[in-house]
Design a protein around this ligand. Sequence first.
Ligand code: NAG
Ligand code: NAG
Ligand code: NAG
Ligand code: NAG
Length: 499
Amino acid sequence: MKSSNIRPSRFHKNPFLHELNFTTAQKIQIGLMSVTVFPVRLLLVCFFMLLAWPFAFVALLGRSEFAVEPQTCWRRIVDVCLRVLMRAMWFCGGFHWVKVKGEKADPSEAPILTVAPHSAYFDAIPVTNTMCSIVTKLEGKSLPVWGTLMSYIRPVFVYRSDQDSRKKTVEEIKRRVTSGGQWPQFMIFPEGTCTNRSGLVLFKVGAFIPGLPVQPVILRYPNQLDTVTWTWQGPGGLKILWLTLCQVHNSMEIEYLPVYTPSEEERENPALFANNVRKLMAKALDVPLIDLSFDDRDICLSKGPLGIFNFSSLLEFNQLVCRLGQKAATNSSKMEEEATKACKLQGEWLSVESFAQCLGLPVSDTLKQVHSMFDQNEDGNIDYRHYVIALLTVCRPTKPKENLKLAFKMYETQEDGNVVEDDLATILEIMLGVEDMCLSGLFLSLEEDTGKITYDEFCQFIDQHPDFVSNYIRFKDHPSTLCLGRAKNSNGSEQKKTD
Ligand SMILES: *[C@@H]1O[C@H](CO)[C@@H](O)[C@H](O)[C@H]1NC(C)=O
Ligand SMILES: *[C@@H]1O[C@H](CO)[C@@H](O)[C@H](O)[C@H]1NC(C)=O
Ligand SMILES: *[C@@H]1O[C@H](CO)[C@@H](O)[C@H](O)[C@H]1NC(C)=O
Ligand SMILES: *[C@@H]1O[C@H](CO)[C@@H](O)[C@H](O)[C@H]1NC(C)=O
């Protein structure tokens, strides 16, 4: 598969990764703090949280989900108490002081604050300081103590996997922000996921759909050791709590940027609005833009011997098939169906029109782009099997073996379940996202080099050789050495090696 060259690829970074390396001095410090300061701090943090709970609980009594409540005297007292208790909690967590630059705008000026980058639950500090509402996962609501505290700030809960719920969330945000400043301001983390702050990933458009002015807020943690990052690959939630409480002091900076008022064009196009705000925030933070989103996470994190090596073209493909609506409708049985369809075509070469017909879609620019990604010979024809393998890979990046099994099904000769070397090379090229695959190392190390292999034999080989990618195969940009690319036929099928 090749990139469509529509735009430069910025996909080689993985901000969902966080690796911590400690110096000896840091290890000693953490060791000492673990047995001295850490237990005391943890106890105090829990104490303040528990102390805050009854206030939040009382405030929640008799509150309606949908009505604005009048600011009575006792509510104000509760509010002040909670702010003080929360501040004390963060203080005990080592956030002794927090530097604040700029000023929070008035709700009437900017009903939504967009906060980035998002790295972990410590990002709740600006929320508890201002008692703004947030948008958060529904799962949080049922957590003991924390769930009650969170409910106090009147969050909008979102159930992530439900498309309908996303729509409701946006409607609820809209309803509140257009209430004329009666509801609390919103703090929204538009990235929708945690990163290691090395760049700003794509923003979700929810905060930008109402088309109202937003105030960008940027967060910085200028610490020597980054203990506050909770990404999908790296230390877990409890470990970062432990490491953070073991630091003498944790620095944090909150900067309120000037209110951003959307232009007419941005009001009509929330995606443009979101992207312009993202650019502005990245500039203020002095970090690059990374065109990845929460949904690309699994592709970036695929691991193991059959993990994706270079995800740039697969990510691009992923965005295109999402746009075509081909991904949402995909489940295991649908994938089997696609594989069967590909088998029936028996390697027939498809033009754009036949490809569109095969997918049951009209010919569109997006569809043409997908088609061109597989048009290796540049003669306007593609092999449907290549498309199916790429689809399998982006839909189930965590299950490469199952994908491989289906891929074998599409290529195996009917009698013995064997796949020839060149076909396996094509399969692996697409699954690993690489070019010029060379499998001679693999086939030479088999007991008998017949130039073909079955799924079971191949799986067994991978299980026995976890270093399979580095030692038995070669491709372009392989980490160890170069492989001579094989000459390609005019019709794109790779020439059989002559031994
Ligand atoms: C953070 O993400 C970048 C990619 O944007 C990556 O290169 C870097 O290694 C990551 N940092 C850590 C500490 O893992
Ligand atoms: C990944 O592939 C793209 C093109 O498909 C290429 O531009 C990029 O350099 C490759 N990255 C690595 C790390 O090999
Ligand atoms: C898979 O999706 C199809 C529709 O695309 C549906 O008819 C089928 O029941 C689904 N199968 C499973 C196992 O969910
Ligand atoms: C590709 O070309 C080779 C010879 O150049 C031929 O043997 C083979 O059948 C062709 N394959 C297809 C799929 O057209």
